[in-house]
Design a protein. Sequence first.
Lengths: 373, 117
Amino acid sequence: MLTDILLTLLKAVGVVLGLLTTFAYMTLIERRLLARFQIRAGPNRVGPLGLLQPVADAIKSIFKEDLVVTAADKIIFWLAPFIAITMALSAFGAIPAGPAGSLFGQDPWVFNLDIGLLFILATTSMGVYGIFLAGWSSGSKYPLFGGLRSSAQIISYELGQGLSVLGLLMLTGTMNLVGIVNWQAEHGILILFQGVAFVTFVISSFAETNRTPFDLPEAEQELVAGYLTEYSSIKWALFQMAEYVNMITASAVISTLFMGGFKGPAFLGETIANIPFIWLFAKIALWLFIFIWVRATLPRMRYDKLQQFGWKFLFPVALMNTLATAAYKAFLPNSSLWYLGIFSVLVVIAMIVFSGSRDWQKVDVKTRAVAGD
Amino acid sequence: MNEFLHVFIMFLVAGGIGVLALIVGAVLGPKKPSRTKLMAYESGNDPIGSARERFPVHFYLVAMLFIIFDIETAFFYPLAVSFNKLGTFAFWEALAFVVLVAVGYFYILKKGVLEWK
């Protein structure tokens, strides 16, 4: 019992420290990569190749003056960054990094719940409280509007995210993340059979983590710095940390749900595919790169279009995907999964064509009159 | 052992990092407050009025819609997980669920709740 607790404690500390280190170097890699995309050098002065830049940033943010605005609600102002970072760090504990017993005879996860997926969705969405309370408690107008916008955006895309995994759950029949990975090892990775869910889930993940093209909270032309405006020093750093940790968690969840998780490709043989950590880390790294790549490529969306995209496009598409998978499971239970694969590819092509036509952005004049304009 | 004890430990460690960082920042940072530093930021001007302002009702509507639809989605999770055991019956259940959601969805769509101005 006691050794078990100590072991979990050790693993939890390991996960947290790993996440924080990844966050620190993620900031450096992001700045370097963005610089590469824009043909400039990026931070390369502090240490070799700029590798000590995160250390310098950390020291700087600790020794900065920590201001609390007079008009702020003091307790909640302190509580908000705490909520944000706690929820962001805790969610990652559910991610399995290898097969059972592969970490020196121990399990390479902090906890393995039967409702693992639900736990991750719930914990990451608790992070909204951090953002909203930060905006509200600052006692200043820009943070209030930034926090409102941000939380409305996150909860809107939460719907698409929650709905898109339903089809996946019908196929796997379990919410346990290890179970989902093992199902994929047996039948093939889910990105093939749940392409629609994959696309909607990835887009919602980008919106959930406030990344471009959905980084409205950081629309500095309109909102200064959004909910972060009144935050300084370590509290600001904690929010930044939470955002990046959420991004890492989102990458891990996408890898686990759709790309085979901790298992490598099967054609390399069982031994190589079962090496713990390496495969998951490679997939997370790939997704983190895609996050940066998208940031360097796409411009920011307008807020009304962002909301309309979430509600009028992602939500119905995710719902239809759920229904299609249900129909497949009910009426073609023993046929090949590739029917679903072909269906997914067709729908994704249709989505790309349809999203270009911009029909979903049209504003119906009659409904606007009803709404009492 | 109960798996949720592990969850609790994870929360403790994660929360500990947060508390530690906040304390370290509060102890080590310089403290030289002045009236202007402690003023709410409003692009350099003195802030006008309170920040507890009225804001567009749309945010409230979105929050309500989210709660309704998210709870419906949450109810769907157990059905989705036990789909294999339920067979065709589960499909009609799923269809009923989707129709219910769709009716509500088209209602709010036609009411213009999702039109942002």
